[in-house]
Design a protein around this ligand. Structure first.
Ligand code: ARG
Length: 288
């Protein structure tokens, strides 16, 4: 079955940063534990280049400079959240990542974005936790681990968009993009157990059952929800045959590209990219 909503030609642009200095040198999420100095940088580079090559077949990629001393800079999803010409810059919870903020700000300025910031006391980790719905003018916002719940109101005001907060409750799924992915055509692919009951109910209330793609724990632990979506194309680390069949049934083409070196830092395909083209529509802002 092909979904006509996925048939339009897309012209997406993603921001990426080469893993020249990527390594696990501290532990700020459960995936990093035991992985300090256990990485293979040349394999990481190969895996990252394969992702660039795959995404490059269907979308544009803009590179930002790699920098020494900030090994997680490669995870550009955490740079900020983009809407139209605006970006709300991240303010990292952990000191280990705070030095990245100036580099991400410079990249946004270089690409002509208006850079907005949140109050200094509010941690916010960009498109790791703030994801645009693909059919509604709605920003899904994950909190509970990295981003502060109070960012919801501020994001709504700054970006003039409705925000739906979702509470994350499993430390392994510490960013929203590790367990939830809005897809073209209004689909949402997610691992329900990563959310509290009220948030699961919010998702069910907003997304019709036939648009909810439920991911099981095995796929979730392979970071299947950490998906880059461009039109009908889906790029992810690994997915079971069951999940691939399910996605194909909704008209998606699934590209599996191994990102095991990045899993050691708690990231995969989506974390390694930031979509720069997010069309702005005007609606009345609110927080649900
Ligand atoms: N080591 C990084 C961290 O814990 C990984 C970030 C992954 N990014 C993401 N968007 N989920 O902050």
């Amino acid at each position: 079955m092909t979904n006509y909503l996925l048939d339009h030609t897309v012209d997406d642009t993603f921001l990426m940063c080469a893993p020249d200095h990527f390594e696990v040198s501290y532990v700020i999420n459960p995936w990093m534990a035991g992985n300090i100095a256990h990485g293979n940088r040349s394999l990481a580079m190969q895996q990252w280049l394969a992702l660039v090559e795959a995404i490059g077949q269907v979308a544009k990629i803009k590179m930002m400079p790699a920098m020494p001393g900030v090994p997680d800079l490669v995870f550009t999803a955490n740079a900020g959240v983009v809407l139209g010409n605006k970006v709300v810059l991240s303010r990292f919870r952990h000191v280990e990542r705070q030095a990245e903020e100036v580099y991400f700000e410079a990249a946004f300025t270089a690409h002509g974005f208006e850079v907005l910031t949140l109050p200094p006391e509010l941690p916010f980790e960009g498109a790791g936790d703030a994801l645009m719905d693909r059919s509604e003018n709605l920003l899904w916002f994950g909190h509970g681990h990295r981003s502060d719940v109070a960012c919801a109101t501020r994001l709504s005001e700054l970006l003039e968009i409705e925000v739906q907060p979702l509470k994350l409750v499993d430390a392994r799924f510490y960013h929203l993009d590790t367990c939830f992915c809005p897809l073209a055509g209004g689909y949402v692919m997610y691992f329900p157990e990563a959310f509290d009951a009220a948030s699961q109910a919010h998702i069910a209330a907003r997304v019709p059952a036939d648009k909810r793609i439920i991911v099981g724990s095995e796929d979730a632990l392979h970071f299947a929800c950490n998906t880059v979506n461009s039109g009908r194309h889906i790029f992810l680390n690994q997915a079971s045959d069951t999940l691939v069949t399910q996605l194909q049934a909704h008209g998606f083409v699934v590209h599996q590209t191994a990102l095991t070196e990045f899993l050691k830092a708690g990231g995969a395909a989506k974390c390694l990219t930031l979509k720069l083209n997010e069309p702005q529509q005007t609606v009345s802002p609110q927080v649900s």
